[in-house]
Design a protein around this ligand. Structure first.
Ligand SMILES: NC(=O)c1ccc[n+]([C@@H]2O[C@H](COP(=O)([O-])OP(=O)(O)OC[C@H]3O[C@@H](n4cnc5c(N)ncnc54)[C@H](O)[C@@H]3O)[C@@H](O)[C@H]2O)c1
Length: 257
């Protein structure tokens, strides 16, 4: 018996760097997987590659009617929804607060925060109909401290923490657990390609060398934690925050001379 046999999992941004790793792992562990996202080419290709128990649904997380259609599609295809992973996210082009335009601020908050809010709002009744389940919201280490030039992103990921704790309180009695994961720097297009409107990628100036685990994170690092948090092994874990960053938040691991 596999860990997610008979379970149905919806991953937003499911064709992205981390999302596709999550989708593949859930599928390999027996789940029905729904790849939700705006990248139909990649999403459909991944669903076709996985074959049985996998489908792509068009889902713009900023749009409530898109959410309703995706959750309805999931329930009619697989008979229910057990796990929601709010993984879709975007970063702002680096800029000081006083140089950040209102439209950029709104766009980042809209995807990262409002997208997560809408996901919880629309999926909660489906999770309840399935007898309970789990939601994981993907935040960031930038949702734990401050980062110059990333105010919209930082603010959106901090806000996801408050939303998560509130949802955990509201949904606990329905057997629905809600937690956050806070990745450090993970090797995906998110850091390897410039954000919309930016000229440099994070990977162009970031080095993991000073930190306790001196390497970039891999998507599978996050996937392993996610699968634990959404499995029955974590049935007593809710409203909690999991940093997975190789020691980035600890600060530099200074070596004795
Ligand atoms: N890579 C990192 O270093 C890092 C670190 C901390 C947190 N994160 C977070 O991890 C999550 C996944 O990022 P990733 O590293 O896989 O990057 P990625 O760019 O590969 O994936 C992001 C995905 O989100 C999707 N997306 C964007 N806007 C959307 C919308 N409106 N509706 C639906 N989907 C949308 C994109 O199409 C893409 O598939 C994000 O929430 C990101 O903020 C990433």
């Amino acid at each position: 018996m596999l860990r997610f046999d008979g379970r149905t999992v919806l991953v937003t941004g499911g064709a992205g760097g981390q999302g596709s790793s999550h989708v593949r792992a859930y599928h390999a562990e027996g789940a029905n997987v729904v790849i939700g996202g705006i990248d139909a080419g990649r999403g459909t290709a991944l669903a076709d590659e996985l074959g049985d128990r996998a489908r792509f649904v068009s889902l713009d997380v900023t749009d409530e009617s898109s959410w309703s259609a995706a959750v309805q599609d999931t329930e009619s295809a697989f008979g229910g929804l057990n796990v929601l992973v709010n993984n879709a996210g975007v970063q702002n082009p680096p800029a000081l607060i006083e140089e950040t335009d209102h439209a950029t601020w709104s766009r980042i908050l809209d995807v990262n925060l409002t997208g997560t809010f809408l996901g919880i709002k629309v999926a909660a009744p489906a999770l309840r109909r399935a007898g309970g389940g789990a939601i994981v919201n993907i935040a960031s280490v930038m949702g734990v401290g401050g980062t110059a030039h990333y105010a919209p992103y930082v603010a959106s990921k901090w806000a996801v923490r408050g939303l998560t704790r509130t949802a955990a309180l509201e949904l606990g009695r329905d057997n629905i657990r809600v937690n956050t994961i806070h990745p450090g720097v993970i090797a995906t297009p998110f850091i390897q390609e410039p954000a919309a409107g930016a000229t440099a990628a994070i990977a162009d100036f970031y080095s993991p060398e000073p930190f306790a685990v001196p390497r970039l994170g891999e998507p599978v690092d996050v996937t392993r934690l996610l699968l634990f948090l959404t499995s029955s092994d974590a049935s007593f874990v809710t409203g909690s925050e999991y940093v997975i960053d190789g020691g980035l938040l600890l600060g530099p691991a200074l070596q004795a001379a």
